[in-house]
Design a protein around this ligand. Structure first.
Ligand code: GLN
Length: 488
C-alpha cells in the first residue's frame, strides 16, 4: 500500500471529503452534510495529535452515516417525511463506538424510507444514482452509503441489512458490504425495520478496512439484549489491529485504513476450504453476466486448491415469501410509534386526535411503507395469523436448519447477491413484486441470522458492477473476511 511521506491532517481529509460530497451533489447521496461539525472535530483531533495525545484507531477518518442511525448530529429522518424535523436525543451504540475511535461523520446518507426497498427510489428525498451509471439505481436500501464509498467520498459508511440492504447496494457499486451475524453489532439507536432480521454493518473498499471496523463495532451492548458476546475480537491475538501504526498511516495519507506494515499471513487457516454453490440459484432467471462471474470465481477457487461443493437447499424457495410476511409483520409493529405525537412531522390537516394520527401517517409515510404496514397487520390479524404468519415462521425454521445442514458439507457458500446487476431508474419502482424478486438471494441469510459479505466481482461489458456474496455459519464473520482477503 502506498504510504505517502507527506503528512496529512484530519482537517485536510475532512475538507477533501466535503469537497467531493459537494462535487457529487446531484447523485442525491446525502440527506444532510455536517460541514461545520466535521471540521471542528477534525481540528480537535489534529490538536490532540500535535500535543502528543493518544488518539483512536479511526482518528481523522471521514465516514458517512446511513440516515437511520440516531445521533444528535443533524436530523435522523430515515429518508421519510414523517421523521422530518426529528433530532435524536441519543446516539446509536455503533456510532458511539466509531466516534470514540476518532471517526468523523461528514454526512447522513439517503435510503429507501425506513429501509423499505432495493433501489433507494422509495426515498422522500429522491433516488440516489448508481456510481458507475447515472441512469441506474444505486441499489437499496443503503444506496447513499454505498455510493458515498464507491465514489471515494469517504473511507467507509454504515448500513443496515434487514434483507439485503448492505450487500445488494455494495454489489451494485463494486465495493465490499458486510451483513454480520445477527446480534454482532448493537442495534441500539437504529431506526427499527424488522427487529428479528435487522443487522448493522458497513461498506468499505477493502476487507481489511471491514475487519478493522468490525473489531471496533462488534460486541455485547447492555442496551441491546440481542447482542452476542464479543466473539469477533476474542481471537485477536493473531491479527495486529494496534492503533498506532494505523492512525499514523491514515493521517499520513495511506489509501487503506490499515497499513502494509502490519504482519500478513500470520493467521493459521486451513489450506483447502470447501465452498458450497447453491444449485437452486443457478438457473435461467439469473443474469448471464452474474452466472459468468460466479463460474469464474469458482475456477479461481479451484486453482487455489479449494473444493467446490454443489448444495441442494430446497427450503430456500420459501425464503422470499416467508420474508415478505414476517418482515411486514414486524414493520407494522415498529412503525406504529410514528403517530405525529412523539417524533418529527405532524399533519396540518388534523382536526381532532384521530385525524391527527390518520393524516400524519397518510402524508408522512411513503407508499411502500404503507403497503408493508397493511400487509403486516393483515398477516397478524386473527383468522389469518395461522395461515400466514405462523406458516412463514415455520418456513423460517426450515431455512435455519437448511443452512446448518449446508455448513456440515462446506465451510463457506458463494452465491450471487441478486439475480440482476443494477437496473434502470424507474424500471421496477412501480412494480413492488418485481422489486421484491430482486431480494430472492439475499433475504434467507437474514432469516437464518448468518453473515454475508458482498465482494466485488468485476463488471459487465457495459461497465456495470457485479458482485457475489460469501456466506458463512453464524459467528464466522472474521473468517469470512480473512477468506475475502485471500480472494482480493
Ligand atoms: N430489499 C429488502 C426489502 O425491501 C431489504 C431491505 C433491507 O435490508 N432493509 O425489504
Amino acid at each position: 500500500m502506498k504510504i505517502a511521506n507527506k503528512k496529512v491532517t484530519a482537517e485536510r481529509l475532512v475538507k477533501d471529503a466535503l469537497a467531493k460530497a459537494k462535487h457529487f451533489e446531484d447523485y442525491h447521496i446525502f440527506t444532510f452534510i455536517d460541514e461545520e461539525g466535521a471540521l471542528e472535530r477534525a481540528r480537535e483531533i489534529d490538536k490532540r495529535i500535535a500535543a502528543g495525545e493518544k488518539v483512536g484507531r479511526l482518528a481523522g477518518v471521514p465516514y458517512a452515516l446511513k440516515d437511520n442511525f440516531l445521533s444528535p448530529r443533524g436530523e435522523t429522518t430515515a429518508s421519510a417525511h414523517i421523521l422530518e424535523g426529528f433530532t435524536a436525543p441519543v446516539t446509536a451504540t455503533a456510532v458511539k463506538r466509531l466516534e470514540d475511535e476518532g471517526a468523523i461523520m461528514i454526512g447522513r446518507t439517503n435510503l429507501d424510507a425506513f429501509a423499505h426497498g432495493s433501489s433507494t427510489e422509495n426515498s422522500y428525498f429522491g433516488p440516489t444514482l448508481n456510481s458507475h451509471d447515472r441512469e441506474r439505481v444505486a441499489g437499496g436500501s443503503s444506496g447513499g452509503s454505498a455510493v458515498a464509498v464507491a465514489l471515494d467520498i469517504v473511507e467507509f459508511a454504515t448500513g443496515t441489512d434487514t434483507g439485503g440492504s448492505i450487500r445488494q447496494p455494495a454489489s451494485f457499486n463494486g465495493i465490499y458490504g458486510l451483513k454480520p451475524t445477527y446480534g454482532t453489532v448493537s442495534r441500539y439507536g437504529v431506526v427499527a425495520m424488522a427487529s428479528s432480521t435487522d443487522c448493522i454493518g458497513f461498506f468499505t473498499k477493502t476487507p481489511d478496512d471491514m475487519d478493522l471496523l468490525m473489531s471496533v463495532a462488534a460486541g455485547r451492548d447492555p442496551k441491546d439484549m440481542t447482542t452476542l458476546p464479543d466473539y469477533y475480537n476474542e481471537d485477536d491475538s493473531q491479527t495486529d489491529l494496534s492503533s498506532t501504526s494505523l492512525t499514523r498511516s491514515r493521517l499520513y495519507g495511506a489509501r487503506s485504513l490499515r497499513t502494509a506494515s502490519e504482519p500478513s499471513g500470520t493467521r493459521s487457516r486451513k489450506d483447502c476450504l470447501r465452498i458450497g454453490i447453491i444449485k437452486e440459484f443457478d438457473n435461467e432467471s439469473v443474469h448471464p453476466e452474474i452466472r459468468r462471474a460466479l463460474k469464474e470465481k469458482c475456477e479461481l477457487l479451484k486453482k487455489k486448491g479449494h473444493e467446490i461443493v454443489e448444495l441442494e437447499m430446497p427450503a430456500l424457495k420459501y425464503g422470499l415469501a416467508a420474508y415478505y410476511i414476517l418482515v411486514p409483520a414486524e414493520v407494522a409493529s415498529n412503525l406504529s410509534r410514528h403517530d405525529g405525537v412523539r417524533y418529527g412531522f405532524r399533519s396540518e390537516k388534523a382536526v381532532d386526535m384521530d385525524s391527527m394520527y390518520g393524516e400524519t401517517r397518510s402524508e408522512g409515510f411513503m407508499p411502500e411503507n404503507k403497503r408493508r404496514i397493511m400487509i403486516g397487520n393483515f398477516v397478524l390479524s386473527s383468522g389469518f395469523y395461522d395461515a400466514y404468519f405462523l406458516k412463514a415462521a415455520k418456513a423460517r425454521t426450515l431455512i435455519v436448519e437448511e443452512y446448518a445442514k449446508a455448513f456440515e458439507k462446506c465451510d463457506f457458500i458463494l452465491t450471487p447477491v441478486s439475480p440482476n446487476p443494477a437496473f434502470k431508474l424507474g424500471e421496477k419502482v412501480n412494480d413492488p413484486v418485481a422489486m421484491y424478486l430482486e431480494d430472492v438471494m439475499s433475504v434467507s441469510l437474514n432469516l437464518a441470522g448468518v453473515p454475508g459479505l458482498a465482494i466485488p466481482a468485476g463488471e459487465t461489458p457495459e461497465g456495470i458492477s457485479l458482485g457475489l456474496q460469501l456466506v458463512g455459519p453464524r459467528r464466522s464473520d472474521k473468517a469470512l473476511l480473512e477468506f475475502a482477503k485471500e480472494l482480493e
